[in-house]
Write a protein that binds this ligand. Sequence first.
Ligand SMILES: *Cc1c(COP(=O)(O)O)cnc(C)c1O
Length: 404
Amino acid sequence: MSAAFREALIDLAAVQANVAHLRSLIGTRHTMAVVKANGYGHGAVPVARAALAGGADWLGVADLDEALALRAAGIDAPLLAWLHGPDSDFTAGISADIDLGLSSAVQVRQAADAALSVGRTASVQIKIETGLNRNGVDEADWAEVFRLAAAFERVGRLRVRGVFSHLANTSPADDEAALLSFDRGLAAAAAAGLTVDLAHLASTAAALRLPAARHSMVRLGIGIYGQSPFDDADSAALGLIPAMTLRGRVAAVRQVAAGAGVSYDYLWRAAADTTLALIPLGYADGVPRQAMNAAFVAIGGVQHPVVGRIAMDQFLVDVGAAPVAVGDDVVLFGDPATGAPSAAEWGAAAGTINYDIVTRVGARVPRRYVGAPADGAAPDAAASSPAAGAPGSAESTDAESVGE
Ligand SMILES: *Cc1c(COP(=O)(O)O)cnc(C)c1O
């Protein structure tokens, strides 16, 4: 067992297996692994390597800084970044062979200008608006933007490699409307003379449940981390292995008498004499303060309730009569198959979602990696190797400790 005071244990074999499993279910020609936001808190670089080993052939991030960090780490897989500020440095992106996701005529011109100054053709993908109302070109502007992009393509400044959009996952009817809109967008691109290699619309949820949304590529985020995007299916039901285990060690144990108030504001009081264990993670580490009196942790495989305010660095659990001692391992969340609470349960306790729970794990928590793919591993070689539900089994000589 780990002796870390607090850590996020990341099972890269689980990421690799999740990608391979999702690919086998989805079957698109291309698979993008989305590793934005530091790989949803798991670590973008190691997750990217594991996802590529699992068969992903594209990587996706939100912004160019994230993309450039992957390149700086030596990752040369096809890579798309789709969220840019007005001053984003497209020249750096083009020089680093990063596909630019473009959402407006202004961005198309900026990319073409940047391509000229770099002296290379920029590979771009046009994001179209189909109902989410975030970024993306409005339908009224499709013809103009596609014509502009096609003109730049003819003179070698741009290569329009893809057209993409993103779903709201609101209702089947809303998604159906978005799919039809996307089809109109693809037709508009073709009408403007563009021949795109990639059409993509689906993130994990639609990739799994809306086959019509798959097109030539899916963009898989939450699923590769072993978390479910659905309320009505957990990780195990989808055949996914949660890759992150957030854990620590009991820092103190204290007996308290019935009526004792616990933590700031005494928002929990002991109903009877009991024992409290102090857990050395707090909201600075991403433990949601809102989960007070609602979440659970596992100590020795037994779940105990979080009681009282969650503080910046620590919180308490009521362990009752359980034989808990200073130094015992505590799991906040991990793979429920091991008896741990899930990230989704923490999400429910905090009024949020599993995405938020894993992504918010703070910079003070060291990430420790196990199950890293061997260099040059064949894409599907390890697809079935990690034992589901036994993340510890992947701990091996290739385990390495990596801090922030
Ligand atoms: C984050 C994101 C994804 C991945 O979504 P998941 O639900 O995590 O699979 C895909 N596409 C875009 C544009 C995103 O921003």
